[in-house]
Design a protein around this ligand. Sequence first.
Ligand code: IPE
Ligand code: IPE
Ligand code: MG
Length: 245
Amino acid sequence: MEDKSAQRLLPKHLALIMDGNGRWAKLRGLERSAGHRAGAENVYTIVSECCRLGIGYLTLYAFSSENWNRPKAEIQVLFSLLTDFLKRFLPTLQEQNIRLNALGDLEGLPLPQRAALNHVMHVTAQNSTMVLNLAINYGARQEIVRAVQAIIQEGLSASEITEGVLAAHLYTHGQPDPDLVIRTSGEQRLSNYLLYQSAYSEFYFTPTFWPDFGVAELHAALDDFATRNRRFGKTPEQISATREF
Ligand code: IPE
Ligand code: IPE
Ligand code: MG
């Protein structure tokens, strides 16, 4: 495939909401579990392409704090896919020099999933081409509450609490904020994802269901991102002046 990445502005941090597995399956007369399997396959494709392009941080929403409200059998399918994924993907992570990092309440996960995540995080800890954040048992409101609790426990006074201090207590500490958030499946909401970190993110919504969101559509989203004017509160004139000098 033609590599346009050299010319266009890429996000340093790309965050994805991988939605629509169930509807993808339903459309084909399949069980929701088949949609989750197809969705997991697509993760391999997208992670590898992001790494190849030189995106430094990729965050994937794999299981939200609210996904516990789903039927028990579906949750089991998702968790068994997670351990399969980690096992199968580990050689690729090593080969492509990708570091795995989990965002979320790992204590709340079943032991096999927690152990598998901890293992893969441990053995990929020195990898440096890309950080792959897996948001699992993750909710942004819970993340913020947890950060506030930790800050209070550390005994910081009100005047010592800054945006930087709060950011340093989030799961994404030390990482740049997402420049672009992509959500598949036509839904246009955040569903408790990266609320603090996405304050100045660009958003890209596509009706495509996650299992069908391939490399070509990833490139379409990245092309679109490259045309956005990020102003961070400034006027368009101020932005063009900084570009000129
Ligand atoms: C995304 O697909 C996967 C997870 C939320 C774990 P869904 O399972 O939400 O699929 P839809 O939205 O019902 O189609
Ligand atoms: C968001 O998708 C969570 C993940 C993609 C893991 P959902 O399908 O759970 O979101 P809602 O419930 O439709 O907002
Ligand atoms: Mg959904």
